[in-house]
Structures are given as C-alpha cells and as structure tokens.
Design a protein around this ligand. Structure first.
Ligand code: NDP
Length: 293
C-alpha cells in the first residue's frame, strides 16, 4: 500500500469481522502505524480473545474500551487516545462498528430503529466530534495541503444497502432500520466532508462488499429466507455466535457472502491509499467504484 503512510489510526468494533481484519492488515504493512487504537466494547471478554492475542505480540496495538452508542464512553476513549499520542494527532478514524436486525418494514419497532440508528449513525457522528481535535492536530502536523488518508481522514463503514437510488437487494432483505441508518450515515459523511475540509480532514463513506463476517452471514440468512431455503422460525438453523449477538440469524443453509475479510480489507486499503481532495464526501465501495447515493 505504497500511498498509505499512517502514523496513528483508530478502528471501532476491532475485535472481530472487518474491524479485526483492518487491524491485521495495517500490522502487515511494510510501514505499520506507530499506534493502532483497536477499540471494542468488552476488551477482556471472550469475543476480544483474538484481538488480545494480537496485541500481546504487537506493542503498537492499544486496546481501548469503547461503546459507540454511549457518549460518555466515546469521550473517555478520546481522552485516553489523546494521552497515548502525547502532543501528536490521530491520522485515521475508521467508524467500523455496526449492527443489523433482520426486520421487515412491517416488523420494525421503535426500539430496533432507535438501537440501529444510535449505533450505526449517531455513534459515528459523536466519534467525529470527539476525535476532531486529534484529527485536526494530525492534519496540521502533516506537510502539504492536499487531503489524504495519510494526513487526516474519517472513514465511515457504510453499505450499499443504504443507497436510496439502487434499493439494493430489497426483494431479498428489507432490513429497513439498517438501510435507514446507513443512508443517514452517508449523509453524515457528506456533512463531515463539507465541514471538515477546511481543517484538512478527508471524509468518505465506504461499502466493504458482502463480506464473510457474522453480520454478512446474517444478511445471507435473510436472503435464505427470501429464497425459501431457510425457515424463519427454525431455531435448528441458527448457530451460536449469532445467538450471542442477539441477532439469531446465521444458518447453514443460507447463501454465504462471496467476499472474504482479507479481500475486502485489502481492497479497501488500496482505495484508502488512492484517495485525495477530489474524493472527499464520496460514497465508494471496496473496489474503488463510486456508488449511487
Ligand atoms: P460484525 O458483526 O462481524 O462485527 C461488528 C463489530 O461491531 C463487532 O466488533 C461488534 O462488537 C461491533 N459493535 C457492534 N455494536 C457496537 C457498539 N454499540 N459499540 C461498539 N462496537 C459495536 O460485522 P462486520 O465486520 O461485517 O461489519 C463491520 C461494518 O461493515 C459494519 O458497519 C457493517 O454495517 C458494515 N458492512 C458489512 C457488510 C458485510 O457484508 N459484512 C456489508 C456492508 C456493510 P461486539 O463483538 O462487542 O458485538
């Protein structure tokens, strides 16, 4: 990733799925970051085991507790990151944490809408606000005026599911709360790009592809239901990790996502390395394609 020279970055939801993949790939770079702030909600818990093992071998990984739906937790994390960085700034903020619920338009509830929106949209907004001083500092400390991910950037992990123009996959999965949260996240990304450009901070919304993670498999389950391959109420179809997530949605007979975490992350890092001033405020996918809003 020749064009990407990041001294410090922060990833939310770094304990599994795409977030963990991002941490692993940044570590493998020829010029790995000096600081990788890998945040997760339960750093000591079972689901953070792989991240803990990684951190025990790589002192540049700092695991920080962060619940993105809790403003107090966000502020505490920003303070801790600031302490670690001393006088320097944060180059890259990757708002990756996200959740989905397999609701249809008819079964959406107030609680689910609120939970999904709080996590997928409000969280990234508050993260941007809390880490703005550190991102500004990084931008000020980087030579040159051109925007880039090596200088200072916010990457919001969005989804083609939030594209109003494409209405991607509607017949197969309605997931209305998720779609609304990601459409709003796209707008947030555009707002951040407009407001933060003058501070030297690049902002984009990025779709990672349909990826082999718990969340991606959850979408596969919804597709399986739509295709009649999976019975919605069949508990026998479900596997443990998804139950633990409260999603209850991974099944062996559902179609599996086509993209591996490694391929998705590798593609996204290539995209990040190529971003410049002209791309701020864009909605892109893991292969660099511009997506319809
Ligand atoms: P996973 O379900 O594998 O991982 C989700 C991560 O988000 C976990 O680390 C989880 O932590 C964390 N998380 C969830 N809620 C919170 C919260 N309130 N506070 C802090 N962390 C939280 O999902 P993916 O890796 O697949 O998804 C990553 C991002 O990519 C998401 O934003 C998703 O919407 C997006 N995306 C994924 C696609 C796919 O096909 N996989 C497709 C399109 C977009 P914990 O372990 O504690 O639950």
């Amino acid at each position: 990733m020749a064009g990407l020279h990041v001294r410090s970055l922060l990833v939310t939801g770094a304990n599994r799925g795409i977030g963990l993949g991002l941490v692993q790939h940044f570590l493998r770079m020829p010029n790995p970051p000096q600081w990788i702030f890998a945040t997760c909600r339960d750093p000591k818990g079972q689901r953070a085991q792989e991240l803990q093992n990684l951190a025990s071998k790589h002192p540049n990984i700092i695991i920080i507790s962060l619940e993105v739906s809790d403003p107090t937790s966000i502020k505490a994390a920003a303070a801790k990151v600031g302490e670690h960085l001393g006088g320097s700034g944060l180059n890259l903020l990757i708002n990756n944490a996200g959740i989905v619920k397999l609701n249809t338009l008819d079964t959406e509830t107030f609680e689910d809408m609120r939970e999904i929106y709080t996590t997928n949209t409000v969280g990234p907004l508050l993260m941007g606000q809390a880490f703005l001083p550190l991102l500004k500092k990084a931008a000020q400390g980087s030579p040159g005026s051109e925007l880039s991910c090596s200088k200072a950037a916010i990457i919001n992990m969005s989804s083609i599911g939030g594209s109003i123009a494409s209405s991607y996959g509607w017949e197969l999965m309605q997931i209305t709360s998720y779609r609304c949260s990601k459409a709003a996240l796209n707008m947030l990304s555009r707002c951040q790009s407009l407001a933060y450009k003058e501070h030297g901070i690049l902002c984009v919304a990025l779709h990672p592809g349909w990826v082999q993670t718990d969340l991606g498999s959850c979408a596969g389950h919804a597709v399986g239901i739509a295709l009649g391959r999976v019975h919605q109420s069949s508990a026998a179809d479900f596997t443990a990790p998804s139950q633990a997530l409260g999603m209850g949605c991974i099944s062996s007979s559902a179609p599996q996502p086509p993209v591996t975490v490694d391929d998705s992350v590798q593609g996204m890092l290539k995209v990040l390395s190529s971003l410049s001033e002209k791309d701020t405020g864009a909605f892109l996918d893991w292969e660099g394609n511009v997506l319809p809003w």
